[in-house]
Design a protein around this ligand. Structure first.
Ligand SMILES: *[C@@H]1O[C@H](CO)[C@@H](O)[C@H](O)[C@H]1NC(C)=O
Ligand SMILES: *[C@@H]1O[C@H](CO)[C@@H](O)[C@H](O)[C@H]1NC(C)=O
Ligand SMILES: *[C@@H]1O[C@H](CO)[C@@H](O)[C@H](O)[C@H]1NC(C)=O
Ligand SMILES: *[C@@H]1O[C@H](CO)[C@@H](O)[C@H](O)[C@H]1NC(C)=O
Length: 261
């Protein structure tokens, strides 16, 4: 029993030593990206070019490096993998904002350094800029925005800040500024200007709202009358043609069968 337990103790001690020393051996290599050993945010601008140099340090042997853009691996030339590796992000666009580049040790992928791009760009506005609404109906003007840093948004009408009426409701998210108008009135007709102000630039976009007459918008009676006329015309046309088609069929029928009749 005593022998057994001392054997067990020795096994445990051995395992402990393995656990203590093995991971240290594995992770003795350290990675740096542009000289930094920690993950970091890289501030940059539209059209810029950024190069990221990853290097291994405190390594005892040749180390292969991997680069990832988000989840996907970056194809590296053969001379750009061992001990150090550089990637270049050129003509940086809005789509590069928030993208993560990660350098990893191929042998132990837990050893890594990540860089997140923070691309500053002025507001980009989009949306349906011509809308028609019948008087009394509901309508929504949506000014979509993309901006970094986030922009301050505002609706203008007739060169001054929009005077919110009872039937108006403004909603803002990080992606859009919306104006909901219920029971549209004639006085709601006009051009609404979406203003986006960021530290980089102020940008505007016009939204034209055409409010049409309640009656002009839904001329149901004339439409029904016209539809009936068109329908009847088609029917008569079909009947006339069917007669002609039937005549043709009878003419084309087997003469013997015809005689048999
Ligand atoms: C790299 O090795 C040096 C000398 O062996 C040591 O002082 C340093 O702390 C190591 N760096 C890291 C990040 O482990
Ligand atoms: C990579 O580093 C190892 C260890 O320092 C060295 O032996 C090897 O020659 C280096 N290889 C290249 C391609 O730099
Ligand atoms: C626009 O503003 C001008 C002057 O502030 C005013 O005279 C005019 O009536 C306004 N137009 C509309 C459609 O509100
Ligand atoms: C309605 O608004 C549109 C867009 O601003 C404008 O072109 C049009 O003249 C306005 N119509 C009336 C009747 O005010």
């Amino acid at each position: 029993m005593a022998w057994k337990s001392s054997g067990l103790m020795q096994t445990c001690r051995f395992l402990l030593l393995v656990i203590l020393f093995l991971p240290r051996e594995m992770t003795s290599s350290v990675l740096t990206v542009n000289g930094k050993t920690e993950n970091y945010i890289l501030n940059t601008h539209l059209g810029f070019q950024e190069s990221l140099r990853c290097a291994v340090q405190n390594h005892t042997r040749e180390e292969e490096l991997l680069w990832y853009r988000e989840e996907g691996t970056v194809d590296l030339k053969s001379g750009n993998k061992i001990n150090s590796s550089s990637v270049c992000v050129s003509s940086i666009s809005e789509n590069d904002n928030g993208v993560t580049f990660t350098c990893k040790l191929q042998r132990d992928q837990l050893v890594s350094v990540s860089v997140v791009l923070n691309v500053a760009f002025p507001p980009l506005l989009s949306g349906d800029d011509f809308q028609t609404a019948g008087e009394g109906s509901d309508v929504k003007l949506v000014c979509n925005v993309k901006s970094n840093p986030q922009a301050q948004m505002m609706w203008y009408k007739n060169n001054s800040i929009l005077n919110l009426e009872k039937n108006h409701q403004v909603q803002q998210t990080s992606e859009s500024l919306q104006l909901s108008i219920t029971k549209v009135k004639k006085s709601d007709n006009g051009t609404y200007r979406c203003f986006a102000t960021s530290p980089l630039k102020t940008v505007t976009k016009d939204f034209h709202l055409f409010v049409t007459d309640r009656t002009a918008a839904v001329p149901i009676e004339p439409i029904i009358a016209a539809s009936v006329v068109v329908f009847l015309t088609l029917c008569f046309g079909l009947i006339a043609r069917r007669k002609r088609i039937m005549k043709l069929c009878i003419k084309g029928e087997d003469p013997q069968r015809e005689t048999a009749l």
